[in-house]
Each structure stands twice: as C-alpha cells, then as structure tokens.
Design a protein around this ligand. Structure first.
Ligand SMILES: C[S@@+](CC[C@H](N)C(=O)[O-])C[C@H]1O[C@@H](n2cnc3c(N)ncnc32)[C@H](O)[C@@H]1O
Length: 327
C-alpha cells in the first residue's frame, strides 16, 4: 500500500501512520461500511509541518481543495447505500484578520456540506451538538458573548457555537443493488423509546441523564490527549467525544462492520467502534498521535468493555430481548 510509514493491527482494528488520501486510494471500491471522523477544522490548528497535513493550509478554500481528494476517495470506497458522518463546527474570523475591519463567522460546516454534494453524496441529516455559551465565553472571551457587550450594544452579540454531525449518504446506482446491505434494528432489541431518543436532531447530554452538554458529553467522555509524547501535539489535539461516534455507529451500522476514520488522531473513533463491536481502520499523519492511537486501541481491545444500544442509551432492554437472549 502507498505511503505507509508505520502500521499496527489488533483484534478488530488496523492503524496506519500515513496520509489518509494516499491510503484511501489503495482501498478497494465499496469496501467500507461507515466513515465517522472529525476533520481538521481548516487552518484552525496546524498539527505538523507535513505538506500533507490538512491543517497546514492558508485559507478555507485551500483546505476544501485538499479535503476534496479525501472526500472523493471516501465516496468510492464507501458501500452503496451507506453513510459518512463528520464532526465539525463553524469558525470565527476576527477584525484584525479581515481586510475591511469586519468580524464574524466562517460557515465551515456549509463548506463541508457543499464539498460532499459536489463529490456525489446526498445530504442525509444534520445533528446539532449543543455547547454551553458560558463555557465558550470563559474559554475564548468572545466579544459577542460578553454580558457587557449585550448591555452596551447587543448588535455585536451572537449565540454560542454548537458543533454539528453532518451525515451524507452514498446512494446505490442502478446495477449496484446487490452491494446494498441494510442496517437492521430488530424491534426486540431497540424499543420505540430508544429510537425516539436516537432520532433527536439535537444531542445535548448523555441520554438518560439530565444536565448541560458541555459537562456531561465531551468533558467526561474523551480519551486523554495529554499522553501523546509530543509537546506540540498535546497543545492542539481536541479529541472527539466517544459518545458522538457511538451514537452514529449505533444508528447507522451493524455489529461487526468496518468503520474508516481517516483523521484518526489518538484513536477516539476507533476506541468507540471497538466498544460497539464494530471494526475500525484508522489513518493518522502525526507520529505521536498515531503511537497514542495504537496504545488506546490496544487497551480498548483488551478491556472487554463493550457497549450495545442499551448501554449507550442507559435503558433496560425490553423483556422480549432478555427472553430471546436467554432462549
Ligand atoms: C481534529 S483532529 C482528529 C482527532 C481525533 N478525532 C481524535 O479524537 O483523536 C485531526 C487529525 O487529522 C490529522 N491529519 C491531518 N492531515 C492528515 C492527513 N493528510 N492524513 C492523516 N491524518 C491527518 C491531524 O494530525 C490530526 O490528528
């Protein structure tokens, strides 16, 4: 295979220290059941000096042109009738970086949607992941979130920035019907209430618990990025909450199926996949993140901690499912 610097395998996973585009080019057509990941958010963070690092770009336009190569391959390798889910948010631009002294938001999520449409996907759905504006203000001191601004001139005020899970579908073309494999959730395993919860367009806290999203979802449900042995690496990596991947996999894949995470980071999506009895293929360009991903995947493989939909949703299986299992 192309361009692989290092690779490691375990029970149900394979990780590659490689450029995701070159790696994806070597995957067979229609071979991936689902792809879940968080791409670099344009030029927000540069992860490494490599020209292949998609965070190493000067503008959103440049990012989209680089990312296009990956989205094109992803479309080719995804099984017809299946989905890809990407975790993104919009980005801010500041007065000191704008030619005309304005400030505002860059619609990064919309650029990603447009790109997927251009490369053949259909827009399947958008999940809004609630984020606490009070925590955002504390972290960023954003002018548009200050109470002071609200009192003086609220025309500068905005609302907090949510994250999104954007979901795209590769429809089967005529003649590809044999490749389509449905994702099935028998009634005995997923009761109506569980489906109603999974179908929520806003994910704001761990299902079954009350609370504020920022406290319940990401803060407690992420891998530790500080273990990656690279001071620069530690600074930047923002691990994807495990719950986001788990819910996507619970909704849109069958047990045993293969997930591709091209921007593998420290392995969050892969660890979530293993815990849901799915298999994972990851690529990651940065050596320190890759090494940490291998450690995290190895640990997840041996922990034996597996969740199913019931564990995920914190609900008791319906008696019918228990009886079926006992029989
Ligand atoms: C948003 S982070 C992903 C974090 C990951 N979701 C996690 O929880 O660990 C994006 C990652 O993409 C990696 N990356 C950037 N360009 C890449 C490329 N061309 N091929 C593979 N990985 C790349 C960066 O090194 C970074 O780790």
């Amino acid at each position: 295979m192309n361009n692989i610097i290092e690779q490691a395998f375990g029970e149900g996973w394979a990780a590659y220290n490689a450029d995701c585009v070159k790696f994806a080019q070597s995957l067979p057509d229609n071979s991936i059941d689902i792809s879940v990941y968080s791409p670099p958010f344009s030029s927000l963070y540069v992860y490494s000096e490599s020209v292949a690092d998609m965070g190493n770009v000067a503008s959103d336009e440049e990012f989209i042109e680089q990312y296009r190569y990956l989205v094109r391959e992803k479309f080719r390798v995804l099984r017809p009738g299946r989905l890809t889910a990407i975790h993104v948010k919009d980005l801010v631009f500041y007065q000191n970086a704008s030619a005309d002294g304005s400030a505002g938001l860059r619609p990064f999520s919309d650029l990603c949607t447009q790109l997927h449409l251009e490369e053949g996907f259909t827009f399947h759905c958008r999940i809004t992941i609630w984020r606490d504006p009070v925590l955002e203000r504390a972290k960023t001191n954003a002018h548009g979130l200050l109470w002071k601004t609200f009192q003086r001139d609220a025309s500068f005020c905005r609302v907090g920035m949510p994250e999104y899970l954007l979901v795209f579908r590769k429809w089967a073309k005529p003649g590809e019907e044999d490749l389509v494999r449905p994702v099935v959730h028998p009634k005995s395993r997923v009761p109506l209430e569980a489906w109603q919860e999974l179908a929520s367009p806003v994910w704001n806290y761990q299902p079954g618990q009350s609370g504020r999203g920022d406290f319940d979802l990401p803060a407690t449900d992420v891998l530790n990025a500080k273990q990656a042995h690279d001071p620069d690496a530690e600074k930047h990596l923002c691990p994807m909450p495990l719950n986001i991947t788990k819910r996507a996999l619970a909704l849109w894949s069958n047990e045993g199926e293969v997930m591709f995470s091209p921007f593998g980071g420290i392995g969050s999506e892969g660890v979530a996949a293993l815990s849901m009895n799915r298999r994972a293929i990851l690529t990651e360009l940065h050596p320190a993140y890759y090494q940490q991903a291998v450690k995290n995947l190895s640990a997840a493989e041996t922990s034996g901690h597996q969740a199913d939909l019931f564990g995920l949703l914190d609900i008791a299986p319906p008696p019918a499912a228990l009886e079926a299992e006992a029989a």
